[in-house]
Design a protein around this ligand. Structure first.
Ligand SMILES: Nc1nc2c(c(=O)[nH]1)N[C@H]1C(S)=C(S)[C@@H](COP(=O)(O)OP(=O)(O)OC[C@H]3O[C@@H](n4cnc5c(=O)[nH]c(N)nc54)[C@H](O)[C@@H]3O)O[C@H]1N2
Ligand SMILES: Nc1nc2c(c(=O)[nH]1)N[C@H]1C(S)=C(S)[C@@H](COP(=O)(O)OP(=O)(O)OC[C@H]3O[C@@H](n4cnc5c(=O)[nH]c(N)nc54)[C@H](O)[C@@H]3O)O[C@H]1N2
Ligand code: SF4
Ligand SMILES: [Mo]
Length: 715
């Protein structure tokens, strides 16, 4: 008999929101390959290159293997877990005793959202320590969505999805599903769904300053000048109100403050916003009319709008566009998808966050789901002479490269008495760490796809055991923070379970998920048994009566909470209108070869000239500046200056330049491949510090940044 050396295990991808099903091949206890799970009931065999490359990432020789302690700047030595955690606990205790919990802070990065036991483990520890100063990648990403839905729907966890399969008109603002696979909509293979929609006659419009990859597959482009979507949306509402009219029945049954909305949109005529948005008034009117007239129309927006200066207002107006046309809670319009928790919209309804005057200006009071301190103020808080932060935990994040203001961030991290980074790599931020702790990777821990809750087109939940045991000295976060809690003499989910080896999590940590599942007649035990549980797709018509958590089941059409932000709209509009012709604006450009800053170390993704991040520029803009394709240019503004090679692209609107973020790995010796092809950090050109974020959401301003571009030889 031949001994079988390999096995296959069903698991799922932890990189982005669709959580595509994967089959892992395990040989001698090692993960050797990941493939699409053809039998998966939701992703049905879809997987993208980042999912497949998860195996390369898993086996990257540069991944952290053992805890590291800094002995000198840039020099680390291996250390045992006991010694590392004992020393971290002692130093943390000393700082807490001396300066109190206000001197300790955390930064939680994006992959933590795909690590379902991280939250209870880390939150449990910080809660006991009284640490409340929390930063996260969320303010670089989507904080406006939480603030917007809180005000309009009374909950931060209600984000109506576009019902793509049944819609006649689908309008997508600031997103590129062909590359990024959507955010705040969990749907494997969105381009197939959009292609199918187009084939049955639906019209798809991408509102975007760049002719994105998605537009080449299905749909048309409506080019817009960056950072102006809020004015386009206001003018579309204006045109609907003055043209075909709002859906009276919908407003009467489910609207509140409708007259205030009408008063708000009155001055935003299509003619007025046309020069600022770059869209002709007649085009705005026609799109508005079509949206109102379509039997069913849906809309969605993502990071291209989130990262503008008025993402919260834009999200409000997007909700309004859908609502006043009767498309909220209509098949083919936008709907709420409940998923595996009966009270999922209630989770974000725990009281609106007030505005507060912090040491660095007005902002939304942090706390609860989705509202963190502004990331652009991280350095300010750490370096605040009146109340400096002395110790920080950074978990699965790389703020040095993901937030604006790299130089000040480096200074801030270098000033800390204690920095602990928990990551799978020694990343740019970890260079400043006193301890770098090796986390178990996605395939070395048990997990469920929690992030999709309330956002899944087809609700489902999947459990994956650890596909392989954590290799070397890696440990899941629940073990790391659980052990640290014990070292600090605090209660820990590991209490009484000393035999745990880091693979199976203590049941206590799954208790909340178990309770959620029980609300839908399921349980953690049933999920473990089944692997994947499917839930019925939520009927759109249940939106108001069953899911909107406001007492009167009404939508606030003009929230009082927006008064300050609305008052700023004219000033920003005037500023945009006064820009000189030819002013260049920088936007982001995600591609399939990077994932924020952390797919930077895979040699396969650097091939074919992908070893740097160029500046994409329209040929007309290059010609008028005497710049040739491939030439090195200087990109500068009042925040900073960088150099990069130019790549001409007529996909961009003239006046718009684009760069991929996450590069600038020259000072990341822990990532040998990335360091050899460092590229440049375009976040040096973003505003940082006070004033660089939207006060009502704490969301950073990261798109539509004015820049000058000149040949590098001249500079
Ligand atoms: N200019 C510009 N800047 C941007 C953006 C942009 O579009 N333009 N996008 C923004 C967005 S949307 C986001 S979400 C942020 C991201 O901001 P961050 O989350 O701060 O940055 P990432 O590069 O995603 O860093 C993730 C880190 O987690 C580590 N990691 C990966 N998997 C695991 C794991 O399983 N466990 C642990 N412990 N660590 C893990 C990786 O090695 C990496 O170091 O960046 C933002 N920055
Ligand atoms: N390959 C890959 N996939 C990813 C990621 C990645 O880094 N690489 N990151 C993941 C993460 S963390 C996230 S949050 C999601 C994000 O997913 P998406 O939000 O879809 O992100 P992008 O693909 O960057 O799309 C943003 C779009 O906005 C456009 N844009 C820029 N400025 C403006 C503007 O002012 N107005 C309008 N209307 N459009 C504008 C840009 O041209 C771009 O096409 O992607 C996830 N998936
Ligand atoms: S789309 Fe996202 S979840 Fe699916 S395989 Fe690609 S990276 Fe993974
Ligand atoms: Mo993100």
């Amino acid at each position: 008999m031949i001994e079988q050396k390999w096995t296959q295990k069903r698991t799922f991808c932890r990189v982005c929101e669709p959580a595509c099903g994967l089959v892992a091949t395990v040989e001698d206890g090692r993960l050797v390959a990941l493939a699409a799970d053809r039998a998966h009931p939701v992703s049905r065999g879809y997987v993208c290159n980042k999912g497949l490359y998860g195996a390369d990432l898993h086996n990257d020789p540069d991944r952290l293997k053992v805890p590291l302690r800094r002995v000198a700047p840039g020099r680390f030595e291996p250390v045992g877990w006991d010694e590392a955690l004992a020393d971290i606990a002692a130093r943390l205790r000393a700082i807490l005793d001396r300066d109190g919990p206000g001197a300790v802070a955390s930064y939680t990065g994006n992959p933590a959202a795909f690590n379902s036991l991280f939250g209870p483990a880390f939150g449990g520890l910080l809660g006991q320590l009284g640490v409340r100063t929390g930063f996260s990648s969320g303010t670089q990403d989507c904080a406006n969505k939480f603030a917007g839905s809180e005000a309009v729907f009374g909950t931060r966890t209600l984000h109506p999805l576009p019902d793509i399969d049944r819609s006649d008109l689908i309008v997508l603002f600031g997103e590129n599903p062909a590359v990024s696979h959507l955010s705040f909509v969990s749907m494997p293979h969105p381009m197939q769904r959009l292609k199918d929609a187009q084939a049955r006659g639906a019209r798809i419009v991408y509102v975007n300053p760049r002719r994105i990859e998605a537009a080449a597959i299905a749909g048309e482009l409506l080019p817009i000048k960056p950072d102006t979507d809020v004015y386009l949306l206001a003018a579309m509402l204006h045109a609907i109100d003055r043209g075909p009219g709002f859906d009276a029945a919908a407003l009467q049954r489910h609207g509140r403050n409708v007259e205030a909305l009408r008063a708000f949109i009155a001055p935003w005529t299509p003619e007025r916003v046309a020069p600022v948005t770059g869209i002709a008034a007649e085009t705005i009117r026609a799109l508005a009319r079509d949206f109102a007239a379509a039997p069913a129309a849906c809309a969605h927006l993502s990071t291209g709008v989130n990262m503008g200066r008025q993402g919260t207002l834009a999200y409000w107006l997007l909700h309004m566009l859908v609502f006043v046309t009767g498309n909220l809670g209509r098949p083919g319009g936008n709907f709420y998808s409940q998923g595996f928790y009966a009270r999922s919209t209630a989770a974000g309804a725990n009281g609106p966050r007030a505005m507060v005057d912090g040491p660095f200006g007005r902002m939304r009071q942090p706390g609860g789901v989705g509202i963190a301190l502004p990331g652009t103020l991280l350095a300010d808080h750490v370096l605040n002479p009146d109340a400096p932060i002395r110790a920080m935990f950074v978990n699965s994040g790389n703020p040095v490269l993901s937030i604006a203001g790299e130089a000040r961030l480096r200074k801030a991290f270098a000033s800390l008495e204690l920095l602990v980074c928990v990551d799978i790599y020694r990343n740019a931020t970890a260079e400043y760490a006193h301890y770098i702790l090796p986390a178990a990777g996605a395939y070395e821990r048990e997990d469920i796809n929690l992030t999709g809750l309330g956002l899944q087109d087809q609700p489902s939940v999947q459990f994956s055991e650890a596909v392989v045991s954590p290799a070397f000295e890696r440990r899941p976060e629940w073990w790391i923070y659980g052990r640290l809690a014990q070292r600090l003499g605090l209660r820990s989910p590991l209490d009484g379970l000393d035999g745990l080896d880091g693979e199976a999590a203590p049941p206590e940590l799954w208790a909340r998920v178990d309770a959620m599942l029980r609300s839908r007649g399921q349980s953690m035990a049933a999920l473990r048994e089944a692997g994947v549980l499917l839930f019925e797709r939520t009927r759109p018509e249940t939106f108001f009566d069953e899911h909107l958590p406001t007492d009167d089941h009404r939508v606030d059409c003009c929230p009082q909470a927006f008064a300050e932000a609305i008052a700023r709209m004219d000033a920003i509009f005037d500023e945009l209108a006064a820009e000189p012709p030819g002013q260049l604006k920088l936007i982001g450009k995600r591609d399939a070869f990077m994932l924020n800053s952390w797919y930077a170390n895979l040699p396969k993704l650097k091939a074919q000239g992908r070893d740097h991040n160029p500046l994409f520029m329209h040929p007309d803009d290059a010609r008028s500046r005497g710049i040739a394709d491939g030439e090195r240019v200087r990109i500068a503004n009042r925040f900073g200056a960088i150099e990069a090679a130019v790549r001409l692209s007529d996909q961009l609107m003239p006046g718009v330049v684009a760069m991929t973020h996450g590069w600038g790995q020259g000072a990341s010796p822990g990532l040998s491949v990335a360091q050899r092809s460092p590229g440049v950090n375009c976040n040096l050109l973003l505003p940082s510090g006070p004033g660089a974020f939207e006060p009502i959401s704490n969301q950073s301003h990261m798109t539509g940044i004015p820049v000058e571009v000149s040949p590098a030889r001249a500079g």
